[in-house]
Design a protein around this ligand. Structure first.
Ligand code: DGJ
Length: 730
């Protein structure tokens, strides 16, 4: 395991736990991609690169050979303008206005561990001997530009991370028009493409379709990774499924505009590329300056989607998320948003917190509406001082009263925004993103603060620090409720306006780094109208994310299933809310709402003071049960058993690493007349072990449960039913 360099062949072989990635300096310094897939002990070119004289695929000027074309060479970081007609990974406009470049191998370096990325979130190592990093420098002498391609391979994981640093080594400024993070040229197109797409309230739905010739892409132009598309793409071998077959997953560690593309060319090769969306992007690089592209996490699995997900989960849980909460069980919370919206008093808040305490809930979260004149969503973002009409004794007093009840206290903020109706906006009308001579479009009556500007970043950091220091806050919900329009910055010259969206992200990351380090005892949960920014970039700073504003248990099955493809369960905020549900107006039982929410990072979001005695007993039992299984849900391995995208049923299993304890949830959406008898095959248990089903006198072997299955009681009646089992090894 590690990175091997064969000097004679100029060949690099990166070996992870079960995966190999092979590249070679080919011909006159072209960096070619040879292989990515299941691990091979050696790479001896059994599937050699082949060339033929291909019509209309020209030959680079220095090649004498008519069979050699960049159009047919699988490459690691392809450029534009000299015979490759496929999508380039980068494009640079030189001082003379032209855009033809030619990067060739110059040098390389192999080192232990993984260096940090400048100003950007990234996966990390804790010990130097966990991983090795290869840095290959490519150079274009004429253009005076260099690209440093970084690859990290983890010895005990099926993960390769990649990123690129572009450097202007010349004497003139150059403009990056495109600077993607990763390019992989597969030598066939025998794949399905899987993406996570959706909208507000139905985020990350699984879409799988056959790759077709030409370009297919998912992307965001919204200034956020978005509800609509996630910065993730996977190629699946035909027939690959949840438990078997090859899967290649790509996830960009970035929270802004991105593109993820697959292009099937004329010879059925597939080029996958991912990075910052080149749409409305450019970056001026002065002499000596460098541009750091975000990181891509690439996961290989020969054990289907389940294997891919568990690799992502384990990596993100332990080597992306940081801080003291990384390894701590997370508190069960109650949030007042759907209970009161903007209409609350200090007394009401304390009553809800008190009711929560009596039910065993551990954290109370005060949502939107506690500041400025915020009685609706038309006003006060940016005015981060307490609303004395609602909270006459202030935040500190409220936090203390909640804590005196034995509950932790959490607070909602939306620091990236300003309301036009606010004192902040009156004072600094140019602090929002805007372009000269045009009015700003509003969305939810709010404008986006210009985090590309230092004085704005400093002011926001100070305001939020003051709030968090003013009261004993133990949890923060960091919200962001609109996408960017009129993207321009008053701080940037004309030639740098198209840098604004990326500079905003760098500014956001800087603020998050400062605040999460200064307030390292606070648990941060991110949110963007629910799951509009559920991406690894944000998870680096804030270890959990509110998965969706849609709290309906049935809708949540698809949202949480889709999210689980990439993101660990512990990162996924999931709450029990009232019925009829506020988003889809559906009635479901408290039981199924509990089971759906307990399948994530658990909490409640309803007026607990209005529960009946019977409901209180159910909630108490749910809270107690979650406390018993949360180490499995939050730190165990996750196995998807039945997909809500394939039928009426959903099921999943959580098991600890020792495989001595497991929890299984089953959901059936609609009752069916005269239905067939169902069973669940419990993947993930130890086949050698015997398990008791807790609360019953049943005992089964892990092998029997996995191979023959567990029957689903035929007595289940009615729509929206769920079941929950716990297994303990004996
Ligand atoms: C959107 C969030 O997703 C909700 O949970 C809530 O916090 C509201 N914003 C408050 O405005």
């Amino acid at each position: 395991m590690g990175i091997y360099f064969d000097e004679k062949q100029q060949l690099f072989h990166l070996q992870g736990k079960n995966t190999s990635y092979v590249l070679q300096v080919y011909g006159e310094g072209y960096l070619a991609h040879l292989y990515w897939g299941r691990k091979t002990k050696n790479y001896r070119h059994s599937n050699e690169l082949q060339f033929a004289d291909r019509a209309f695929s020209g030959n680079p000027s220095t090649a004498k050979d008519r069979t050699f074309s960049l159009d047919t060479l699988p490459q690691e970081y392809p450029g534009y303008g000299n015979t490759d007609f496929r999508t380039p990974a980068y494009q640079v406009q030189l001082d003379n206005g032209t855009t033809v470049t030619d990067l060739r191998y110059a040098s390389h370096m192999i080192r232990n561990g993984k260096p940090k990325l400048d100003g950007l979130p990234a996966v990390y190592t804790e010990e130097d001997n966990e991983a090795e990093t290869l840095e290959i420098t490519l150079r274009d002498q004429i253009a005076g530009i260099a690209a440093v391609l970084s690859y990290t391979v983890f010895h005990e994981r099926n993960v390769i991370t990649r990123s690129v640093r572009l450097i202007n080594e010349g004497k003139h400024p150059v403009r990056l028009l495109r600077a993607l993070s990763t390019n992989v040229d597969f030598r066939d197109s025998d794949f399905d493409l899987l993406q996570l797409s959706g909208a507000w309230g139905r985020e990350r739905h699984v879409e799988r379709h056959v790759l077709r010739p030409g370009l297919q892409a998912v992307e965001s132009r919204r200034g956020a990774s978005s509800h609509q598309q996630n910065p993730f793409m996977a190629l699946l071998r035909k027939g690959a499924n949840e438990t078997s077959g090859e899967v290649f997953g790509f996830n960009l560690v970035y929270s802004g505009n991105f593109t993820a593309q697959a292009e099937v060319d004329q010879f059925s090769n597939t080029r996958v590329s991912i990075g910052i969306n080149p749409f409305d992007f450019s970056w001026l690089l002065e002499e000596g300056e460098a541009f750091q592209c975000p990181e891509t996490v690439m996961v290989y699995s020969h054990e289907g989607l389940g294997g891919m997900s568990r690799t992502f989960h384990d990596l993100y849980r332990t080597r992306l998320v940081r801080g003291s909460f990384r390894d701590q069980v997370r508190p069960i919370l109650v949030n007042n948003w759907e209970a009161t919206y903007f209409d609350f008093t200090a007394e009401k808040i304390t009553e809800i917190a008190k009711a929560g305490k009596e039910l065993g809930i551990e954290l109370f979260v005060l949502d939107d509406g506690w500041f400025g004149k915020r009685n609706n969503d038309k006003t006060s973002l940016g005015d981060w001082f307490v609303n004395k009409e609602k909270l006459p004794k202030g935040l500190d007093d409220l936090a203390h009263s909640v804590q005196e009840l034995g509950m932790q206290f959490g607070l909602w903020v939306e620091p990236e925004m300003v309301s036009a109706e606010s004192e902040l906006y009156k004072k600094h009308p140019d602090w929002c993103l805007h372009v000269p001579d045009r009015t700003c479009s509003e969305s939810r009556n709010q404008l986006v603060l210009d985090f590309a500007r230092k004085e704005v970043r400093d002011a926001v950091t100070k305001m939020i620090s003051d709030v968090l220091s003013s009261a004993p806050v133990q949890y923060v919900k960091w919200d962001m409720n609109r996408h960017m329009t009129e993207i321009g910055s008053a701080a940037l010259p004309a030639e740098r306006q198209r840098e604004t969206a990326h500079r905003y992200m760098l500014g956001l990351y800087e603020i998050l780094e400062t605040l999460t380090s200064a307030f390292s005892d606070i648990l941060f949960e991110s949110c963007s109208g629910g799951g509009g920014r559920f991406d690894p970039g944000i998870l680096y700073y804030m270890p959990q994310t509110w998965a969706s504003d849609n709290t309906d248990a049935i809708s949540r099955l698809k949202i949480q299933y889709g999210t689980s493809l990439v993101y660990p369960i512990i990162s996924m905020g999931a709450h029990v809310s009232d019925v009829p549900n506020h988003q889809v107006h559906r009635f479901t039982s408290l039981d199924i709402r509990g089971d759906a929410a307990m399948s994530g990072n658990f909490g409640y979001e309803l007026d607990l003071t209005k529960l009946t005695e019977v409901e209180k007993e159910i909630v108490k039992k749910q809270v107690a049960a979650y406390k018993e299984i949360r180490h499995l849900v939050q730190f165990g391995d996750f196995y998807r058993l039945k997909s809500p995208f394939e039928g009426n049923e959903t099921a999943w299993l959580f098991v600890n690493m020792e495989k001595s304890e497991a929890a299984v949830f089953y959901f059936r959406v609609l009752a069916e007349p005269n239905a067939s008898f169902g069973k669940l095959r419990l993947e993930g248990l130890d086949p050698e072990r015997t398990y008791e089903v807790l609360g019953t006198d049943e005992i089964y072997g892990g092998d029997e449960l996995a191979y023959s299955g567990l029957s689903i009681p035929a007595s289940l009646n009615g729509d929206f039913q769920s079941l929950f089992w716990r297994f303990k090894g004996i």
